[in-house]
Write a protein that binds this ligand. Structure first.
Ligand SMILES: [Zn+2]
Length: 59
């Protein structure tokens, strides 16, 4: 099973943790989201504008 999961990671299909975000306070109009892969440990972070309800930009 683990083998299969690592295989998926190779193709960019990661098992992401729950997202957490850093809010820089009311003076900032963006916040930074972070998450990591539970299998390979890859980290990902991205910035989201506050008030943007379209969702998250994935890269
Ligand atoms: Zn992974």
């Amino acid at each position: 099973m683990v083998k299969v999961r690592k295989f998926l990671c190779k193709f960019g299909i990661h098992k992401w943790s729950r997202k957490t975000y850093i809010d820089y306070g009311p003076t900032s109009n963006v916040k930074t989201w972070r998450r990591y892969c539970k299998i390979c440990g890859k980290r990902q972070s991205w910035v989201q504008a506050k008030g943007d309800k379209k969702g998250f930009r994935r890269k």
